[in-house]
Structures are given as C-alpha cells and as structure tokens.
Design a protein around this ligand. Structure first.
Ligand code: ACO
Length: 434
C-alpha cells in the first residue's frame, strides 16, 4: 500500500501539495495552503447540503447504507430493538455502554422523577389555539423550558448536563401528551411513576376516568420499539441543527427546540404522513399497478421508498413491519397494511426500483401502526421526536466534549455585487424622512 496522503497539483501555479488522509478523509483546512499568491485566501471546498463533508467525528451511530446496516454504539439495531428497552437504549446512546442493573435503576429513577412539568408550563400550553399543530407546541414548549431551568446554561458542568438530560428525556413525552390532549380538548394527565416510559406515555395520552390506566403490553412494547428505532440516525438534519445551535453554547432546551423544528419539516419527520395519504389514495390492491405506472412516469413518488443514505432495505422498516402484526392483533388489522405489503412486493420486483436501489424506508410502515394505535396524523412527527430526544442529547454532549469543535460557522462563495458607493439623491433622502 502507498502513502496515506493525497497529492494535489494546482494547475494555476504548477505547485504540488501533499495532504494527509486520515479516516479516508482529507481535512478541508489543509486546502487553505493552496494559494495563487500570498494575499490569496486559499482554496475552499464547496458542498451545499453537506453531501460529502463530515462535520464531526462521532462514536454514536454507524450507518452502512449500501448494506442496510445501522449500529448504535456498535450494536446492530435488530439486537438493540429485541434485547433492550428504550431507556436502556437512551443510556447506551448517550453514555456509550449498556447500563448495569445499578446504573439502569438510577437512570430510570431519575428520568421517571423528572417527567412532571411546571404548572406554569401547563398554563403556557393551554394558551395555544385549539387546532395548534402539536409539533408547533412541542417546539415552542421546549424553548420555553429554558426560562424555567436557567441552571442549564452551565453546559460545561457535567452534573448540570446530566440533570438537563434527565429533564429533557423525562419531559418530552409529557409535553407531547399535553399537546395531544390540548388538541382533543381533554384535561392533561399527570405522569404515573409506576408505569414504564412508553406505558406512562400511553397513560398521559389515553387515560379517561379510570382511577389507574393499564397500558396494553403489546402496544406498550410496540411504542417502545418505535422509540428505539428512531433514537438516533447520525448527522441528519435535526441532529445537525442540535449540534449547530449547541455549538454557540446555547442551553440544551433552546438547542433541542431547534432540532425539533428541523424535524418538523416534511422532508425529514413528515414522510410517514404522506405514506398514509398515498395508501388511502390507492385504496385497493387492484389499483397498485396503475399507481406504479404513474410513479414510473415520474408523475408521483412512491412515498416511504428511497433514502439518501440507504441503498438497501432500511433495517428499521423490516422491524416495524414485524411489530405491526403484533399491534394489529390488539387493534384489528389496518386494511392499509395489505395494500402496503402488496405495493412493496410489486415494487421490489420492478426493474425501475431495482435499478435505482429504492427500498422501503422507516416511514413506509410506521404511519400504519400509528394510525391503528389511534394517533392523529399530526402526532406522527411528535412521536418521532420523543424517540430522537436521546440521540439529539448524545450528539449535543459529544459535540461539547470534542476539543476539535468550535462554533459552527460555514464559509460561503460570495457572488454578489462588488463594493460600490451608495448614491441616494437628496430628494429621495428627504422623501424618506417626511
Ligand atoms: N419514488 C419514485 N422514484 C424515486 C423515489 C420514490 N420514492 N425516490 C427516488 N426516486 C428516483 C428519483 O426520481 C431518481 O430517479 P432518476 O435517477 O431517474 O432521476 C432516483 O430514484 C434517485 O433519487 P434521488 O431523488 O436522487 O435520491 P435522493 O437521495 O436525493 O432522495 C429521498 C432521497 C428524498 C428520500 C427520495 O428517495 C424520496 O423523495 N423518497 C420519498 C419520500 C420519503 O419516503 N422520505 C422519507 C425518507 S426517510 C426519513 O427521512 C426519516
């Protein structure tokens, strides 16, 4: 094997530069030495949407999109979903290892005892319009938490960070459930410390007049697995927002509000809703061939198919497909599932999809389960945010502890006007002041 370097020849000057390759990557800063003359700023790289730029070194999540592999701290997602619960997964993602029994007891006790929200936050949520989107409520309330926990500004203090992590993982489901109950015109339900993380969330959503809510174990486990599957996905749009805002040393509540806002967009957390609309539009298995024809003609997209990173079956979609059967045993079969399964079968045999490596992604089956469990469509991205909260916090903390990180500040290629004199006539100036 040759040297681990890259030699670049600048044809403008004829000069050659040898740049080190580390982790199969070159450091963009090394390009700055490539100059035409001493006054030159130096060469930059241009990469809109970070298509081929690593913004950080990370040890949290690994994805091999060609092989359809997703690892949390080295463990395959299938094993994590099968053997751990969400709170263990959150601990693993944030701290790097599966908790021991003692560590887990302390972790889950602390999160469980931070699920309450201040009564003034309840009042704040009550102030939203009856039809406010729950994701808008979540984003705003996360930011508002920052005004209640001013100690969160101590981002360099490990103990303070730990406390904010407990609070955020504990309170996100409470806020999400309050947003749901608000939209239904129902009173908010207080957390029940005797229930599991997912079981308590179901309690805060669906408890009516019964003295004690008993979650259905199959639905509780399905929701827990869905949280696990959404827990982290390396440097996606919302994780990057969390890191970027956090890099200015904003507190984690404001940073997470930014991450949740990024997730709100239909290109990120909103695709499962579109899958549901598509399946409803198709309406029956008989209409699938004509729909596929429209997809191939470029008239519509097959929603829930394709992914920027996965060029193979999204491993999360396979797990969701499996748990959907367990959910439907309780809720009754969602007829849209049969359309989805047939649609997948036909698409995966079709040359158009094979050639483009288009496979079902995480959103293809998740909306069908959420619908069967009784969630309104607007809650889908909120459910995504509950699971992702642990990933956002892990990414935020890793960024803060990384000595190579600084405030995020991309460069630009300026193509605007050159410096020029501002000419404003006296008459125009007087007209403005009148
Ligand atoms: N249906 C039909 N054709 C598709 C689809 C689809 N869902 N996805 C991609 N293609 C086609 C494109 O038209 C393109 O064809 P061409 O080469 O003939 O022009 C080719 O496949 C490559 O697609 P790109 O758009 O270049 O792939 P990109 O990586 O930019 O897009 C994306 C990925 C946005 C996810 C895309 O596949 C898509 O729009 N899918 C549907 C929406 C969706 O399910 N989003 C959820 C993603 S998962 C998540 O965010 C949690």
């Amino acid at each position: 094997m040759g040297k681990n370097t890259l030699t670049i020849t600048d044809n403008r000057t004829g000069k050659a530069y040898e740049i080190p390759i580390e982790h199969e990557t070159i450091n963009a800063k090394h390009l700055r030495q490539i100059k035409v003359n001493e006054d030159d700023f130096g060469l930059m790289s241009y990469d809109p949407a970070y298509m081929n730029t690593a913004s950080c070194k990370s040890q949290i999540t690994f994805i091999d999109g060609d092989k359809g592999i997703l690892l949390y701290r080295g463990y395959p997602i299938q094993q994590v979903a099968e053997k751990l619960n969400y709170l263990q997964t959150a601990y693993l993602i944030i701290n790097g290892e599966v908790p021991t029994a003692k560590e887990y007891d302390e972790w889950s006790w602390n999160i469980t005892h931070h699920t309450m929200i201040h009564e003034n936050i309840k009042k704040f949520i009550e102030g939203f319009q009856y039809d406010a989107h729950p994701m808008g409520i979540l984003v705003s309330t996360l930011a508002a938490l920052s005004t209640f926990y001013q100690d969160a500004k101590e981002i360099k203090d490990a103990e303070s960070r730990k406390l904010q992590i407990y609070r955020l993982i504990g309170k996100v489901p409470t806020i999400a459930a309050a947003a749901y109950r608000h939209s239904m015109g129902l009173p908010y339900v207080y957390p029940d410390n005797e229930l599991s993380y997912a079981g308590n969330f179901l309690n805060m959503l669906f408890k009516m007049t019964e003295p004690k809510y008993e979650p259905n174990p199959a639905l509780e486990r399905a929701l827990d697995v869905l949280f696990i599957l959404h827990a982290d996905h390396e440097q996606n749009c919302s994780a990057s927002a969390m890191r970027s805002v956090g890099s200015s040393h904003a507190d984690p509540y404001c940073s997470m509000a930014a991450a949740a806002a990024a997730l709100y967009g239909p290109l990120h957390g909103g695709a499962n809703e579109m899958v549901l609309h598509m399946l409803k539009e198709i309406g029956s298995k008989n209409n699938i061939p004509s729909y596929i024809k429209r997809v191939k003609a470029g008239e519509v997209l097959l929603m829930g198919f394709g992914h920027r990173v996965y060029k193979n079956y999204d491993p999360r979609a396979r797990i969701i497909k499996q748990i959907s059967e367990e959910v439907f045993e309780v809720t009754g079969r969602n007829p849209l599932l049969d359309i989805a399964i047939e649609l997948e079968r036909i698409a995966l045999e079709d040359e158009y999809f094979i050639k483009r490596k288009l496979y079902p992604n995480v959103d293809f089956y998740s909306g069908i389960i959420y619908q069967a469990m009784g969630f309104p469509v607007a809650m889908y991205p909120v459910l995504f945010a509950i699971g992702r909260a642990s990933g956002w916090l892990a990414q935020w903390q890793e960024m803060l502890l990384d000595t190579e990180q600084k405030i995020a500040r991309p460069r630009q290629i300026y193509l605007g006007a050159k410096e020029r004199d501002l000419q404003v006539s006296k008459a125009k100036r007087e007209a403005v002041h009148r």
